[in-house]
Design a protein around this ligand. Structure first.
Ligand code: ATP
Ligand code: MG
Length: 413
């Protein structure tokens, strides 16, 4: 028989944990609506090209982390490692430029072949948002405000720092690239294997390297800020002023680059030191080059994504579930009456715990386990009199209530 262990790096979400995930998802969705972002859903797998071309063929995600396979028809398929490429593909395939600006959010599982550790899984979940068709820096400010709002709503604001950088426009990037390549060429023998490959293809990615030796070199590398042209400086000024206007504090981090190749201008991360090595909770930026790289119309874009597992670790516990009312019938007639009463209560929007069998003691225990707030205790003779006992399970107060006002009474508390 096959192993009954889940595949390494994947996890079951048991009900309590699932409720925490739902809470995060629902908070993100509701906050999104306040900013005019609506959910959209793309397939969990795409043609491998969608990711290979957009994430850049030197990114860790593409070179080491993708779950790719050939399907029965010989198509090259990849389980999505992130959300933006799929949405960009969908934007093009559905002609969504007609609806510009497009404001969407998403949630769903992502797949990366990584070494599993706390806050790092092979199947994990992301919430994210994209704004397509807006060139103005107001879009970047809105995006960051939206992400920050979710973190605030989840009670995490005191534990996160907004780190900010700019990657400039293509012209600045090209200028910086030249000096960066010169610098790293001067230290070629100290570069990691991976970074030597990146040096030709995408030297900026070296700034994002996790290799110790690379990091030392990076610490002394020329700074992007010194190579920004007027346009890029203005854009960044607009961003920092915009954040100032709405009172969002940030820290400049000139070493911050996104691991993905299509970003420009704004680059940000919300980081925390409460999660050990996995410090990035939410990451995003502007990607004006992405849609055209994929063969669509030139379209500006800005977005972010956050790992739900990391948020869940920080939030800790799901908010308490609605406390049910326990129905405790004693006798056959009462049992049948409670079946109908349970139905009526549930249809009135009240959670009901109705045991399937057992004596009063057992059912009260079960009610306690379900964290019931009230118990309706109904025996056959009470039923004949048209009353029931209503017990407050927090303080054991008990009183008699007429069955014809029971739903009303229970609804009130
Ligand atoms: P890291 O540097 O931690 O590997 P990344 O740069 O690969 O992150 P992004 O691609 O920007 O991450 O994804 C955005 C967010 O998704 C991360 O900030 C993190 O919260 C979450 N995330 C990324 N990879 C994983 C993973 N393997 N398991 C759990 N969450 C993840
Ligand atoms: Mg990663």
């Amino acid at each position: 028989m096959a192993s009954l262990q889940p595949v390494r790096g994947t996890h079951d979400l048991l009900p309590e944990q699932n409720r925490l995930h739902d809470h995060i998802a629902e908070t993100a969705r509701a906050i999104g609506e306040l900013y005019g972002y609506h959910r959209m859903t793309t397939p969990i797998f795409e043609f491998t090209d969608v990711f290979a071309r957009t994430l850049g063929d030197t990114s860790d995600v593409v070179t080491k982390e993708m779950y790719s396979f050939e399907d029965r028809g010989g198509e090259h398929i990849t389980l999505r490692p992130e959300g933006t490429a799929g949405i960009a593909r969908a934007y093009i395939s559905n002609g969504m430029q007609q609806m510009s600006p497009v404001k969407v959010s998403y949630i769903g599982p992502m797949f990366r072949y990584e070494r599993p550790q706390k806050g790092r899984q092979r199947q994990f979940h992301q919430i994210g948002a994209e704004l397509l068709g807006v060139e103005q820096v107001a879009g970047d400010v809105e995006m960051i405000a939206y992400g920050a709002h979710i973190l605030k709503q989840l009670g995490l604001w005191d534990d996160v720092t907004l780190e900010l950088n700019t990657l400039g426009d293509p012209e600045s990037r090209a200028a910086y690239r030249t000096v960066l390549v010169d610098y790293f060429k001067g230290h070629f023998d100290k570069l990691s294997e991976d970074s030597r490959t990146r040096l030709d293809k995408n030297p900026l990615r070296i700034l994002d390297s996790k290799d110790e030796g690379d990091r030392e070199l990076v610490a002394n590398a020329p700074l992007f800020a010194d190579y920004l042209n007027e346009n890029s400086q203005q854009f960044f000024k607009g961003l920092t002023e915009g954040l100032g206007d709405i009172g969002i504090a940030y820290q400049l981090n000139p070493r911050l680059v996104r691991g993905l190749d299509y970003y420009c201008h704004t680059c940000f991360e919300f980081t925390t030191n409460t999660l050990g090595a996995q410090g990035t909770v939410m990451a995003g930026g502007r990607y004006d080059g992405l849609i055209s790289t994929m063969g669509g119309p030139q379209t500006a874009g800005v977005g972010w994504a956050a790992g739900v597992e990391r948020l869940a670790l920080m939030v800790g516990e799901a908010p308490p579930a609605a406390r049910p009312v326990a129905l405790i019938p004693m006798g056959d007639d009462a049992e049948r009456h409670c079946r109908k009463l349970a139905q009526d209560l549930r249809e009135a929007g009240i959670a009901v715990e109705l045991g399937y069998a057992g004596n009063m003691k057992k059912r009260l225990k079960r009610a306690d386990k379900a964290n019931a707030r009230l118990a309706v205790i109904l025996g056959d003779d009470e039923l004949a009199k048209g009353v029931a006992q209503l017990r407050d399970l927090d303080n054991s107060d008990q009183r008699e209530v007429a069955l014809n006002v029971l739903i009303e009474t229970v609804s009130k508390g």
